[in-house]
Design a protein around this ligand. Structure first.
Ligand SMILES: [Zn+2]
Ligand SMILES: [Zn+2]
Length: 338
């Protein structure tokens, strides 16, 4: 099969690789209905993480089960399934508490920018839909696998409640879907921090009531201004830089909640400064598995359309252009047809 391999900074190639096979009896092989590029793939693409050896890329997936190992019980050949970027058993104490991305058996799922994918711990990881979804529903199903699941966790971890004032830092796909998630949870006011017109438009469509273009200290000051000098109840940090993290913490009211779902790069928190904010902090790799049944149901019932974050569709062979478009912020998120 043709698979996406990262060789080094800005060097992503499509090359022939053997089809994945069942390795452990708990594995499943999935034929992907579509694939995509994640904002977090841009970190190694830009050289922020060192690529020691050619790395298969892609961790967001949905598709039809092609084969299962002998120990797999809950999914079967022919079903349409969605999973998350860490495989999990869904039975250990951490999974039972809803933190499947800290599963005692967690295993990263890699190589999803390809037509076929091996998913470990299939019973705990994969959730099957009632029916095979129609083609127009595939982008939204694929969005559930990571960006919606992560945006939903951002809203949940920041304790978004009916009537809340919410700030979302970051206008990537996760930030935009964090806006949608906050709206679904009943937030009354949703302030999206964005400088890009097309992203601002989608943020408004998803439920943002205000847009703030300032960043850093100015951004935090603007939030204070918009909230009568109080700050927001919930702030959802969806970037992962030092500037965005402090912007988020300073935008929250004393006693407010700050979630952080952007993979941190160079973020350091000053204990004394943090002490005086009274902030609740809760974040980490989103336990998307916890939310899969709920999110699949919302998409199946047509209540949400998270697939709109895909504003560029390319065949898998053109994956390198897909990375470039996202790197240059010409695209919010690239969908790859397999
Ligand atoms: Zn991702
Ligand atoms: Zn577990």
């Amino acid at each position: 099969m043709k698979a996406t391999i990262l060789y080094g900074p800005r060097d992503v190639r499509i090359e022939d690789r053997p089809d994945p096979t069942i390795v452990a009896p708990t594995d499943a092989i999935i034929r992907l209905s579509a694939s995509c590029i994640c904002g977090s793939d841009l970190w190694p693409y830009r050289g922020a993480n060192v690529v020691k050896e050619p790395a298969p890329m892609g961790h967001e997936y949905c598709g039809i089960v092609e084969e299962v190992g002998s120990a797999v019980r809950s999914v079967r050949k022919g079903q349409f399934v969605i999973g998350s970027f860490f495989a999990s058993d869904n039975t250990c104490p951490h999974c039972a508490h809803g933190y499947q991305t800290s599963c005692q058996q967690k295993t990263p799922v890699v190589g999803a920018q390809a037509p076929l994918l091996r998913v470990p711990l299939a019973d705990g990881t994969l959730v099957a839909t009632q029916d095979v979804p129609s083609p127009d529903m595939i982008p939204s199903m694929l969005a559930i696998s990571d960006v919606l699941g992560t945006g939903w966790f951002a809203a949940d971890a920041a304790n978004v409640k009916a009537g809340a004032t919410v700030v979302v830092v970051g206008d990537g796909a996760v930030g935009l879907l964090a806006v949608l998630s906050a709206k679904c949870m009943g937030a009354e006011r949703i302030i999206a921090m964005s400088r890009h017109e097309s992203r601002q438009r989608l943020a408004r469509e998803y439920g943002a009531t205000d847009i703030v273009t300032e960043r850093g200290d100015e951004g935090a000051a603007r939030i204070k201004e918009l909230t009568n000098d109080v700050g927001a109840d919930s702030v959802l940090e969806c970037v992962g830089t030092q500037e965005s993290m402090w912007q988020a913490i300073r935008a929250a009211r004393p006693g407010g909640y700050v979630s952080y779902v952007g993979v941190p790069h160079g973020v350091q928190l000053d204990g004394a400064k943090l002490f005086y904010t009274h902030a609740h902090l809760h974040g980490g790799p989103a336990p998307v598995r916890r939310y899969l049944p709920k999110l699949i149901d919302l998409v199946e019932r047509g209540e949400i359309d998270p697939g709109k974050v895909f504003d560029l569709t390319l065949p898998l062979e053109q994956v390198a252009e897909g990375y470039r478009a996202m790197d240059e912020r010409r695209a919010i998120k690239t969908l790859l047809t397999t």
